[in-house]
Ligand binder design. Sequence first.
Ligand code: FPP
Length: 259
Amino acid sequence: MSNAASSTEAANEPLQAGSDSFAIPRHVAIIMDGNGRWAAARGLPRVEGHRRGVEALRKTVRAAADLGISYVTIFSFSSENWTRPASEIKDLLGLLRRFVRNDLADLHKSNVRVRIIGERDDLDRDIRLMLEEAEDLTRNNDGLTLVVAFNYGARQEIARAARRLAYEVAAGRLAADAVTPELLTRQLDASDVPDPDVIIRTSGEQRLSNFLLWQAAYSELVFVPINWPDFDRSALEAAIAEYHRRERRFGGLIAQTGS
Ligand code: FPP
């Protein structure tokens, strides 16, 4: 459905999974930005913004599952986040630990499958094991897939994929001419996950910041002016309504009526 008038009408009503008038995007990716600004605006320490960010994440995953979204990817910690002060890194890793400890059982009960993307090799062992535990426990779930981008950078992911192909070429198992976009896609961290239909970024910043650069080729980008801790079901619905006002062409032409 790409009719602007009816999508505006639909934007004012709660979305319903499977509703005829409102096709739900299959994959929503989210850059959860603005935790620090949310806290600063209230005279609170930055960690409080991250704590509230985890609550917003819980609400959003629940709402996404209710709406029938199949995949949600969240940018939880970027390759570049290691340059933050040590105390903030400690806080973020502590929140991740707590999130896995407190929420993993609930996610599992809700039939959520957790996937992790990003570079794992240089992570501390305890974090690596925790991420593996989340994936292993939920591996056979067939509800919403929650893709957690941790220690993730898109350029690094593309370089990893290119390196794997380069090894194959060097070993004589692959002809250099056989390298295609499809083949490279298959080497990405979660190659079975479809490209995001829509990427949402909160806080008003309008850039991708090294998130899913390859997969974003045809994604709609929706920038919302609120900070991540204020994001909730209605903000998700509004972002999806905005996605519906866009016309996705995938490089083709708009369907024309008449001549
Ligand atoms: C951006 O806010 C957010 C992050 C760097 C990390 C997002 C993390 C969470 C929501 C909590 C931890 C995640 C999990 C899965 C437990 P910012 O600090 O860049 O905000 P600012 O730009 O306003 O300073």
